[in-house]
Design a protein around this ligand. Structure first.
Ligand SMILES: [Zn+2]
Ligand SMILES: [Zn+2]
Length: 360
């Protein structure tokens, strides 16, 4: 196993920069925040470590990109930042996220809550969930995996038209797999950074997508017209699990991170590392390295302590904060669904250690 190890000096410069303005800005952070961020270049840090490479198909090896340090991020004139009238992240759910409507709604609220903690200080709102048919997008069966796929670019066009006035961005999420064009096999997601819209699929994050047991295979597409979306009505979706929730939270925050102008991280093990395959995505940490954290902090303006505390609160909260309205005549709604956070527990322990450094 190889590691990408940078010198203390390189990491320190990537974090603080040599630009006197930015150095001054850094020195104005409270001592606890500086102490935590400085862990980036502490060689024996047990909070942040080097990127490890596992196979030649890993992102860094197969997609050489220029690294982005804090200064480059800060001075990028083209990146989008939330502004006073545009502070809201909108999430548009397309199709169901679970096998029943109530599971889907609960899942959406968990994701919303997670994004509120992660992008602490911004508002996150859910747009009314819509069926695939509402987007009028093209769809197909994938030739090799035989699952249903919807056209990512057409979803983006749909979301652009729907983007509310006060939106910082609108992100579409779906459990249906995506394809960008006919000749491509699939994409995990697609975004237009300048427009502040993106669409991301969690379809391949279910436990059995790559197994022979996968139940989402469709043999033939029988449709009355190219706009006949009936095939989506009872399409099999992955079972909700802690791992699926963890993967969904990671993907969503990584992708929204790109909309903020954060590029793939090449400094330390970090949520913003690129990933080429599921195994690599799973090895990524849940949260940001100090260099990416400083970027996000400068764009959003949160206090690190408040943000970490909010993440712990989200992991600890059994369910969503909003009390459930139980309609009298619906059996399905009576089922209470505890938030499956087992996969987040090791991260809670990690965040608690970050908080200890902040508060020392
Ligand atoms: Zn990415
Ligand atoms: Zn990073």
């Amino acid at each position: 196993m190889q590691t990408v190890r940078h010198s203390e000096h390189t990491l320190k410069t990537a974090l603080i920069s040599k630009n006197p303005e930015l150095v001054k800005q850094y020195e104005q952070l409270d001592p606890g925040e500086q102490r935590l961020l400085n862990e980036a270049f502490r060689p024996d840090s047990d909070l942040f470590g080097p990127i490890t490479l596992h196979s030649p198909s890993d992102w860094i090896i197969s997609h050489p990109e220029a690294p982005q340090d804090f200064e480059e991020f800060f001075s990028d004139l083209h990146r989008k930042s939330p502004s006073p009238g545009k502070q809201t992240i909108y999430i548009q759910c397309i199709g169901l996220l679970g096998n029943t409507r109530s599971i889907s709604e609960e899942y959406l609220k968990w994701l919303k809550g997670y994004c509120e903690a992660f992008f602490y200080g911004l508002t996150v709102k859910l747009l009314e969930p819509i069926p695939v048919s509402a987007t009028r997008c093209s769809f197909r069966i994938n030739d090799s995996t035989r699952n249903l796929q919807i056209h990512a670019g057409q979803i983006l066009t749909f979301l652009k038209k729907k983007k509310p006035e006060d939106a910082f961005c609108v992100v579409g999420i779906t459990m249906i797999d995506l394809y960008p064009r006919d000749s491509w096999n699939f994409v995990f997601g697609q975004a237009s950074l300048t427009e502040g819209v993106g669409v991301f699929s969690f379809a391949r994050y279910g436990p059995d997508f790559y197994s022979s047991q996968y139940r989402g295979r469709v043999q033939r597409l029988e449709r009355k017209s190219s706009r006949d979306y009936a095939v989506f009505d009872d399409y099999c979706l992955p079972e909700v699990s802690s791992v699926l929730l963890l993967r969904s939270c990671k993907t969503l925050t990584h992708e929204i991170g790109h909309i903020f102008g954060l590029r793939h991280c090449q400094w330390l093990a970090c949520l913003m590392q690129g990933s080429n395959h599921l195994e690599e995505a799973d090895l990524r940490p849940l949260d940001l390295c100090p260099i990416c954290l400083r970027k996000l902090q400068s764009a959003v303006g949160f206090r690190l302590r408040e943000r970490y505390k909010a993440l712990v609160r989200w992991i600890d909260a059994e369910s969503t904060d909003t009390p459930r309205v139980t309609p009298k005549h619906s059996r399905e709604e009576l089922v209470t669904l505890p938030k499956p956070v087992e996969a987040f527990k090791e991260w809670k322990e990690w965040i608690t250690r970050c908080l200890a450094v902040l508060q020392k």
